[in-house]
Design a protein around this ligand. Structure first.
Ligand code: IVH
Length: 717
């Protein structure tokens, strides 16, 4: 324990820490380009909270330590928006966008440039800063009266709590839940027996209406800022410049924003995003076009409901009709029996879908879904397939209503349903389906990460009677592996090495891998960091567990019960006996995958993914590349490149998430033109000038390399 410094020293250090932390917070959450490891960040935060708890009067509301959520409140206070938060008129076809442009040009009798922004599917929020400090966050409400949600807003990591200048202004934007956070939240809710959120928008809205900010803090919300509201400061003349100015102040502004000189290019932009938007990490329901010139915006003014200078283009919600061929039952690792609708495959939001969870018996009954029914399917939040409704009008009379069986479809033991739960469970710990799922979970990437040991091998190992639980994995011999169908020398060696290697994992992987009910990856990490070794966790009483931030009473009870059951206790002893590590190893948890571009022994460049972070990272020379910045982008390489050859360039692009094709087409986003580029370059220029692919970017090799370097790729030349 470090000694508490005298007060003046604490004041200085707190000020310094707040600045350092908000700098790194911005690099991580806004720029997606962290400079330090999670471990180092946590250490700074711990130092700050230690000082703040030693001197509680130094704790202010804008401290980054408050991101985890302060005290719960009893209700939301209504707030009035000085400038109403209006809605937008909608367009559903390119023709309606052309009509909008005609109206705009008639209104201002000049040519007009438009800013195109993604329409983020979340909820509008207003953020008010006074003297550079965030003082209020509010919902839109009816546009004039919203609700004060400041305590929840402060927990959103990419919202600056303090601005670099002491400005008084209000900004507006969309609070949203990224797709991965939505999927994680719903999976957890399902495990808890809570109804899932229908889409990320509802999930974001529900999270911001929580009375306990600690709940909102855990939901992984984010914001994109898209406008200035009430502001007394002098601002630029164009909306696009306002956005740049807001970005420079540290606000998260969506990077996909573009300015176009005419409506044809705006329409090309609409087509360009139609398919690609499904691959963004957040849900969008369209695009918003705004007149760029703020003077022209003022001339155009407003109707009663919406501005005349902006319009939302809404993509049609993607739904499809198909026929249910079966309702399958799967038994999860905790024994929950989940029905899944199997249907004739359909294309939805960028992928082929043929299955959707029906969650539980009540859900099927409410929607009255029968085998043989024609149903409407969609993807909730563009990721999770769901059955919207059955179409009873299309029934022939041969459809079969669903009945939950009274016994486990896998082991035949009776199923149980707790009065307050929606799920039926198989409580037989020896149920083969549960055993298999527990094993699959244990070896999975985010748990013990035993590479190569997928579901197929687990299935075979169980079938051959070579394993019964996770501890048996560590007793497998080469000879036993050879008994398996299609097992070769090399594979057996690799599997045994991977199994052996997993003994060295840090505690949180084991904790998550054990599959303790309600303990997800994040809670496993919290427990590991807090207790440092498994013995301490096993001995912790309920009060110790509840006292930990982020561990709620239900989860604490579950952890407590798990470690007091004889089955888990014996299993853990057997894992210890084979040498599985049960301590927290700090460097491991800070490890991340990152992309570097490195030089081969022969001097050629190539891209490589590596584990970085924590104690293993050489901080002075390497910064990982932001995650897959080229996702959804198609590149063409032409001409001769000097710094790298085409194969190397293609490898780098693909590692960054992009695609490389041979020919320039309407789908090309970037053409990298080296020396002596010829016909492909001309074709690209034609596509741009004809407006068929107004987005296409032509880069020289130098421009491409600069872009890579800006993204953090280190080109060793
Ligand atoms: S501008 C007066 N820009 O869409 C103009 N809105 O139907 C105010 N939205 O309530 C809105 N992304 O919640 C604007 N880039 C964007 C947006 C956006 C999402 C939402 C916003 C608004 C609704 C309008």
């Amino acid at each position: 324990m470090t000694a508490v410094p005298p007060k003046q020293q604490a004041i200085d250090r707190i000020t310094e820490l707040k600045e350092i932390i908000s700098y790194h917070n911005r690099r991580y959450y806004v720029l997606d380009n962290p400079e330090i490891s999670d471990e180092e960040f946590d250490a700074l935060m711990r130092e700050l909270t230690t000082l703040e708890s030693a001197y509680p009067d130094l704790l202010t509301e804008d401290s980054p330590s408050q991101r985890v959520g302060g005290e719960a409140i009893t209700g939301f206070v209504k707030v009035r928006q000085e400038i109403p938060m209006l809605s937008l008129a909608n367009a559903f076809s390119p023709e309606e966008i052309q009509d909008f442009d005609r109206r705009v040009r008639e209104g201002v009798s000049s040519s007009v440039s438009y800013v195109c922004e993604l329409k983020i599917d979340g909820l509008a929020v207003s953020l008010r800063y006074e003297q550079g400090r965030l003082v209020r966050g509010a919902t839109r409400g009816d546009g004039e009266i919203g609700e004060d949600i400041t305590a929840n807003i402060r927990t959103i990591r990419n919202i600056p709590l303090v601005l670099p200048e002491p400005l008084t202004l209000e900004v507006r934007g969309e609070a949203y839940m990224p797709k991965h956070a939505f999927a994680r939240l719903n999976a957890r809710r399902e495990e808890l027996g809570d109804p899932p959120f229908a889409n990320p928008r509802n999930a974001a809205a529900g999270s911001l209406r929580q009375l306990d900010p600690k709940v909102a803090a855990q939901r992984g919300l984010a914001v994109f800022v898209y406008a200035l509201g009430d502001a007394t400061v002098p601002t630029p003349d164009k909306h696009s410049e306002v956005l740049q100015w807001l970005a420079a102040l540290g606000f998260p502004v969506n990077p996909e924003t573009r300015v176009y000189p005419n409506i044809e290019q705006v329409i090309a932009h609409i087509h360009w995003w139609a398919e690609r938007r499904h691959h963004l990490p957040y849900a969008t329901d369209g695009l918003v076009m705004k007149v760029d010139d703020l003077g022209l915006q003022r001339q155009l003014g407003f109707t009663a409901k919406s501005p005349r200078w902006a319009i939302a283009y809404k993509y049609a919600a993607e739904q499809a009709e198909t026929v249910v061929t079966d309702i399958e039952l799967t038994v999860g690792r905790t024994g929950t029996v989940t029905p899944t609708a199997v249907f004739n495959s359909v294309q939805l939001a960028g992928t082929t879908v043929s299955r959707a969870s029906l969650h539980n018996e009540d859900y099927i009954r409410e929607k009255d879904i029968r085998v043989g029914d024609t149903i409407v399917v969609q993807k909730a939040g563009e990721i999770i397939p769901e059955v919207v409704r059955a179409l009873p009008d299309q029934r022939s009379g041969n459809e079969v209503p669903f009945h939950m069986p009274s016994h486990c479809p896998q082991c035949g033991e009776p199923l149980h349903r707790q009065p307050e739960e929606a799920a039926w469970r198989c409580v037989n710990p020896a149920c083969p389906a549960q055993i298999q799922e527990r094993l699959v979970h244990f070896v999975s990437r985010n748990a013990m990460n035993i590479e190569g040991l997928g579901e197929r091998w687990i299935h075979q190992l169980l079938d051959a009677g070579l394993i019964r639980d996770v501890a048996d994995l560590y007793h497998l011999s080469r000879e036993q592996l050879f008994e398996l169908d299609r097992m070769g020398e090399k594979l057996a060696t690799n599997l045994l090495t991977a199994i052996n290697h997993s003994k060295e994992n840090s505690l949180e992987r084991l904790l998550f891998g054990l599959g303790i009910p309600l303990v997800g990856e994040k809670a496993a990490k919290t427990l590991a960091v807090h207790f440092r070794n498994l013995d301490e966790i096993m001995m912790a009483d309920l009060a110790d567990l509840i006292a930990i931030r982020d561990i709620g009473p239900k989860m604490a009870q579950s952890i407590h019960d798990y470690f007091r059951s004889p089955g888990p206790q014996q299993l853990i002893q057997r894992l210890r006996d084979v040498g599985v590590n049960t301590s927290y190893l700090s460097h491991e948890s800070a490890t991340k995958r990152a992309i570097f571009v490195v030089e081969n022994h022969d001097g050629a460049l190539h891209a490589q993914t590596e584990d970085v972070g924590g104690e293993t990272q050489n901080k002075s020379s390497r910064t990982p590349v932001a995650h897959q910045p080229f996702l959804g982008k198609t590149f063409v390489l032409t001409g001769s490149l000097a710094a790298m050859d085409r194969r190397e360039a293609a490898e780098i692009i693909e590692l960054l998430g992009g695609k490389v094709t041979d020919n320039v087409s309407k789908h090309t986003d970037v053409l990298v033109a080296g020396e002596k580029a010829g016909s492909k370059l001309n074709k690209a220029k034609n596509l741009i000038t004809s407006g068929q692919q107004a987005h296409l970017k032509i880069l020289t090799e130098e421009g491409f390399c600069t872009w890579l370097e800006e993204l953090g790729v280190q080109l060793k030349r």
